[in-house]
Every structure is written in C-alpha cells, then in structure tokens.
Write a protein that binds this ligand. Structure first.
Ligand code: IPE
Ligand code: IPE
Ligand code: MG
Length: 251
C-alpha cells in the first residue's frame, strides 16, 4: 500500500520499520457532520462510522497493533435525542451480530469499557456476548468505550479503593499511581501512545483522562466515516517523528 504526504510517498513499510504505537485510542467523531454535509440523516453518518471502524480494526490487526481503544458512546451522549440514542444502541448490536465471527477468527478480543449496566438490556447482552465469545483472543485487544466517561472511571476507582481501605485490606500508604491504574477499566494495559481525534475538534471530551497523561495527540479534519487506513498510517508516521521527552531532556 502506498500513501501520499506532501508529494512524498508514505508506505506502510515506512511505519513498520520503526516502533509502532502499542496502544492507539480513537475518538470516533464527526459522523453527524459527515451526514449533514451529504444531506443525509445523522443515522447514516453513524452507519458509515461503523464501516470506518471495521476498516481500522482490520488494518490494526494487519500491522499488529496490540491495543486499540475506540470511543463509541460517552456518559454525556445521553443528552442527545432519544431517537439518535436508539440508533446508536441498535447499531452496536448490529455490528456485533454481523462482525462477531470475523472478530473471533481474526483474534480480536472485544473488551467493552464503561458503565455497561446502564445500557439498554439488549445492547448490554450483546456486548457481553461479544466479550465472552472473544475472551480467549489476544492478537488485538479492542476496548470499546460505551457509556464511558473518564471522570466516572476515576470516581469508580476511588470508590473501590476507599472500600479496600475501609475494610482494612489496604492501608492509605498503599494508594499510589499503580494501584489507581489497576482500578481502571484498562487495568493491565499500556497507556495509549497515540490518541487520534477526527473531525477537527481539539478536546478530550472526557476520554481516558488518567491514561493519556503522556499520550501523543493527533487531530485531523477528516470526519470519522471518511477515516481510512491511509490516515492511520499518516498519524503513525507523524507519531514516530515525535520526541517523547516525558518531562526530561532530549537525548
Ligand atoms: C460521533 O459522531 C459519534 C458519537 C458521539 C456517538 P457525532 O455524532 O458526535 O458527530 P458530530 O460531532 O455531530 O459531527
Ligand atoms: C465524543 O464525541 C464522544 C464519542 C465520539 C463517542 P462528542 O461529539 O460527544 O464530543 P463533543 O460533544 O464534541 O465534546
Ligand atoms: Mg461529535
């Protein structure tokens, strides 16, 4: 595959020659605006967004990215009209129904993260089914953030840790960054190396607040339904040229 950047060819081989991000996080944004521009209902944008997700999951598998986290529905998205919420919840079920066999075969583990109990029961059931039937896969961990909020996740961790202190299982002194990380949904996973936000918005929108402390951000004006592997290649290409200092000095 050959992609072009400023008249220069970027080939998949170029990014494969350097260390790849081990964990990529994507805020799948811009579905509504994509549809609006085409004079289509917002639902059509969400449907096209699912196709973009399929392409990117497949491509991440091909280039051996071990962790991919996608933001599918935030704790704030309940503010949308009920009709749109219903569309999104139905689309998730449809995606699982259609894709589950492929995901199983391709070694993808579907790991839903977020406050899942608050989802409509049919969505909840399908999501759990997807998690169960892919639980032995380990080629690509696909964290699907559903009814996810970074603040909610941290609040939940604080509650669980406070419970442990209260019951005497741990002491206050044992609370450190590692313990907090172990109480997040992403427990045991590396923090994202790269976070991508399509649609040109430059905000985190309550996504992975703890985990992105040192993540490299990449924003593009492309709307999520138009997002293709070539854009991911471009993001990774730029990521590989960043100087990650972590507060230190250049080497
Ligand atoms: C992202 O696209 C999908 C979800 C938030 C569920 P949007 O629906 O936010 O699209 P825009 O931002 O209105 O274009
Ligand atoms: C973020 O997009 C949430 C998802 C993509 C699921 P939003 O469209 O909800 O974010 P804001 O409202 O622009 O911050
Ligand atoms: Mg949006």
């Amino acid at each position: 595959m050959v992609f072009f950047k400023q008249n220069r060819k970027i080939q998949v081989e170029d990014i494969l020659a350097k260390p790849l991000p081990q964990h990529i996080a994507i805020i799948m944004d811009g579905n509504g605006r994509w549809a609006q521009k085409k004079g289509l209902p917002r639902a059509a944008g969400h449907r096209a967004g699912v196709e973009a997700l399929k392409r990117i999951v497949e491509f991440c598998g091909e280039i051996n990215i071990p962790y991919l986290t996608v933001y599918a529905f935030s704790t704030e998205n309940w503010k949308r009209p009920q009709e749109e919420i219903d569309t999104l919840m139905n689309l998730m079920v449809e995606y699982i129904q259609k894709e589950i066999n492929i995901l199983v075969k391709k070694g993808v583990r579907v790991n839903p993260i977020g406050n899942l109990e608050e989802l409509p029961s049919f969505t909840y059931e399908y999501i759990l089914k997807a998690a169960t039937s892919t639980k032995n896969n380990d080629k690509l961990i696909l964290n699907v953030a559903l009814n996810y909020g970074g603040r909610r996740e941290i609040t939940r961790a604080v509650q669980n840790i406070a419970r442990l202190v209260q019951s005497g299982e741990i002491s206050l002194k044992q609370i450190n960054e590692q313990l907090i990380a172990e109480h997040l949904y992403t427990k045991g996973q590396p923090d994202p190396d790269l976070m991508i936000r399509p649609s040109g918005e430059m905000r985190l929108s309550n996504f992975l607040l703890w985990q992105v402390a040192y993540t490299e951000l990449w924003v593009t004006d492309i709307m999520w339904p138009d997002f293709k592997p070539e854009h991911l290649v471009e993001a990774i290409y730029e990521y590989q040229r960043r100087n990650r200092r972590y507060g230190g000095l250049n080497n």
